[in-house]
Write a protein that binds this ligand. Sequence first.
Ligand code: TF8
Length: 338
Amino acid sequence: MTLFRKLLLATGLAAAILAPVAASAQDIKPRIIRFGYGLSESSNQGRAVKFFAEELAKRSGGKLKLKGFGDASLGNDIQMQNALIGGAQEMMVGSTATLVGIVKDFGVYDLPFLFNDEAEADAVLDGPFGQKLIASLNEKGLVGLVYWENGFRNLTNSKRAVTKIEDLSGIKLRVMQNPVYIDMFNRFGANAVPLAFSELFTALETGTVDGQENPVTTILSSKFYEVQGYMTISRHVYSPWIVLASKRWYDGLSADERKILNEAAVASRAFERKDSREATTQSLALLKEKGMKINELSAAEVARMREMVKPAFDKYAAEGGAELLKDLQAEIAKVRKP
Ligand code: TF8
């Protein structure tokens, strides 16, 4: 061995120099990954899925082929979760809120007015609290890769402008299939109707429900402005999306494939959050242009709502969520700017 080679090995430089050779010898099989999602291809969700597919192709020399299936064409969130658990589908993205049937703890994110802004959400979700919740999916047959941003949720309806809580009275409001949401909106005086997102547009159109709540990006991309005249910027819940893989499938991947998948997921997270945040401002302007009557909930009204839903927090704590809620609030306090 030459002195040069010896030196290389000793300093560990060899690994770096030989890395390109190793890359081509990586254990990657050609695979098709069926990735389901509920929104349209042109939504922020659709754009992020496309980005993810491109990243995977780039990092795997085209071997890992992600095929996106939008508009809930593989099923709604809950149906897809079950398909992943059974191994009939490889991947999906959906709201954490719809995971409560599998891991109840995910409901903690749905309590209202927890996060003040996106930076707080990022820090907590990507930090130990959010990662511990993600890890709890493994024993249920799911692998959580990363959180994406769905966003702060706002109210829309076809009846009237909502400027105070009382305006919600009697409004049939579609909520996600999640007890925290049902409880919260019933306390606000609405008539909460749990329904899969895939059925929402028709339900609004036919008057089965009068209103719904979602981030402005979704209100635009799902064309809710066509059937909803009023929007109230309430930002009542910060809603995360979670990118999931079937554990059965994931366990069959090589270490190299898993590494590529995880790294592409992290890249997609950065893309998705930036893109969604840019789209939020733009969506608001477009919704105005489409003729929606938009008002912002006053600080005083938000304070009233906070007061009104205190019992929802107590209920959540009493039903076994006390410690989790305390942990979450402590994590938020750590990252909150004074
Ligand atoms: C909802 C959610 C949905 C998302 C999407 C289907 O209201 O916010 O928009 O989970 O992935 O159901």
